[in-house]
Design a protein around this ligand. Sequence first.
Ligand code: PMP
Length: 457
Amino acid sequence: MTGTTGNPQTRQWQELGHAHHLPPFTDYKQLKEHGPRIITRASGVYLWDSEGNRILDGMAGLWCVNVGYGREELVEAASRQMRELPYYNLFFQTAHPPAVELARAIAELAPPGMNHVFFTGSGSEANDTVLRLVRHYWAIRGRPEKKVVIGRWNGYHGSTVAGASLGGMKALHGQGDLPIPGIEHIDQPYWYGEGGDLDPGEFGRRVADQLERKILEVGEDRVAAFIAEPIQGAGGVIVPPESYWPRIREILQKYDILFAADEVICGFGRTGEWFGSQYYGVAPDLMMIAKGLTSGYLPMGGVVVRDRVVEVLEEGGEFYHGFTYSGHPVAAAVALENIRLLREEGLVERVRTRTGPYLQQRWRELSEHPLVGETRGVGMLAALELVKDKRSRERFPADLAAGLRCREHCFANGLVMRAVGDTMIVAPPLVISEAEIDELIAKARLCLDLTASEMPG
Ligand code: PMP
């Protein structure tokens, strides 16, 4: 293993990892050669590694640490709840105060008419829940043949069997014979990558029209739901053209199918609204949430459900579905406190009116860089495309791994920026200040320069 320097403990931890740990989304062969980076502590928007390096976390962990690291209020909320009631389940007609109080708090923030929450332990479990819930819903309505869920290529809805199937990432599908039956996909609204010569508006309408074609192809009487992220995150911060969601909304109104918005990333303020659906003015029947719900301090997810769906569920028999940790009291107490912080500190408002516009303005300055083909983003989400030729949008050959190089330069220079192929993305904590945004931009620019110096001219 390489990559270690001063601190002898770094080496020990890396060896422990090597001996015993299989981390998620990892090429184990590469890991064996290089050894993991060890992160030991964090505060505000910064991480520290075991070598004492300070790193600006441009990804808020995995898009989740919305209120920033080191919030004592969340620690206190967890320890209070652990003393009072560390665990009890919500199966078999039972409830506890944190779960029902959190459900109310979420209903207060959600779009009107979405007043119930089914809790899960993660975003993937929330998506699994949706697949089963929509089928249960249609079965109660006497239409059990309405089973097919339409998702999008390159969408991400988690990595469980149902989550990966609903998502449209071919690399995930390739492992384990996915998607499972009953799931169809349409194209994503990725104008820069797939729009060709069309202007963004026209492209947005055309990819949205695919939803109607797919509904007609499968048969309206067989389609249960359409599932989509308001802005695709893991796929590369794909911000749809402005024409996209209005057209999708029209199609959804025309056909009798449910709309499930995956708000796992967009939820809890990332776009400058509480939910991405509100940013785009679409009205989902179900919203999957996780990540920013607890700011990542404890694992928790859920599905927010529209009243008209709940009314049907209340007519039916048992929903045979749930998790040991559904609505976990300590996670729920932390989520409640996290929501209180987001509200009291006006963090969502701040992203909408101040820091979001500032990040977007500064991020767009990177467009001038010779390597950057496009910059885009909303609120605390941003992406840029690394290209060989700005005008033709030609990419670098894959074996040059421009994105990965850029990501490694970032890490070495104290910035976490994620690479999705040659798309570089950031999603910093919502508490990031203007001065910290300046630091993020300066570091990103430096790393673009370093990457450019390694690319053939
Ligand atoms: N949906 C979306 C939109 C996500 O971004 C993610 C996680 N990146 C998930 C679902 C899955 O969430 P989890 O990793 O908590 O299972």
